[in-house]
Design a protein around this ligand. Structure first.
Ligand SMILES: O=P(O)(O)OC[C@H]1O[C@H](OP(=O)(O)OP(=O)(O)O)[C@H](O)[C@@H]1O
Ligand SMILES: O=C(O)c1cc(=O)[nH]c(=O)[nH]1
Ligand SMILES: [Mg+2]
Length: 195
């Protein structure tokens, strides 16, 4: 599946949104990939995650488990794990930091692939990878449906992206005037978790 095929799935799902968005990292962007509109369609989600699982196996072999950062990573993490034939877990924020909860457990040294939905700066991926390491896992790779950093995000391990896009994102004090003029939406969960 090419980046253009992945983008076509987002377009068909109405998930390629334009406006003024504040992202998880605090950067602002005129484009938001509303992945939930993609993942709510089980057939579409399966097509994408099967292709991602195949790409993971080709790059690093089959891991022991997949772990994702809540909330956005949970559905693609589960579906990718299903195609890998391995168990699926997620970390969630407790006092702002990702942690494995709900009885999820990793044996020391288990080979884990971290599965994200979207990578922008890679911050959430790095936080998730730290949490997996703290829980005793060995992170062999990161995987995501879309890397919107144009391949520049560094998550500290090899990043296997089903699609790589280069989407603009700006610090709050460097907004182009046409973006600053639009009302801002904050669609993610990072700031909800801190509220
Ligand atoms: O690479 P980054 O700069 O970290 O941005 C990408 C992250 O932002 C979104 O999560 P968000 O924190 O908005 O919450 P969500 O998972 O609930 O959508 C997305 O799911 C990624 O986890
Ligand atoms: O960086 C983000 O927070 C982000 C960007 C995007 O396009 N989609 C998303 O769900 N999160
Ligand atoms: Mg997320």
């Amino acid at each position: 599946m090419t980046s253009e095929d992945v983008l076509a799935e987002f377009r068909a799902a109405g998930a390629l949104r334009e406006g003024h968005f504040v992202l998880s990292s605090g950067l602002h962007s005129p484009v938001f990939l509303q992945k939930n509109l993609v993942f709510m369609d089980a057939a579409r989600c399966e097509r994408l995650c099967k292709a991602l699982a195949d790409k993971v196996v080709a790059a690093v072999g089959r891991p022991d488990a997949a772990i994702s950062p809540a909330v956005g990573g949970i559905i693609p993490g589960y579906e990718t794990a299903r195609h890998l034939g391995v168990r699926s877990m997620y970390v969630e924020r407790e006092g702002g930091e990702f942690r494995l909860r709900r009885g999820f457990h990793i044996e020391p040294g288990e080979r884990i692939v971290m599965v994200e939905d979207i990578v922008t700066t890679g911050l959430s991926s790095r936080e998730c990878i730290d949490a997996i390491r703290k829980a005793g896992g060995k992170v062999i790779a990161a995987a995501c449906i879309v890397d919107r950093s144009g391949g520049r995000a560094d998550v500290g391990v090899p990043l296997i992206a089903l699609a790589t896009l280069d989407v603009p994102a700006y610090p709050a004090d460097a907004l182009p005037p046409e973006l600053a003029a639009l009302p801002v939406e904050d669609p993610g969960s990072r700031r909800l978790a801190k509220a």
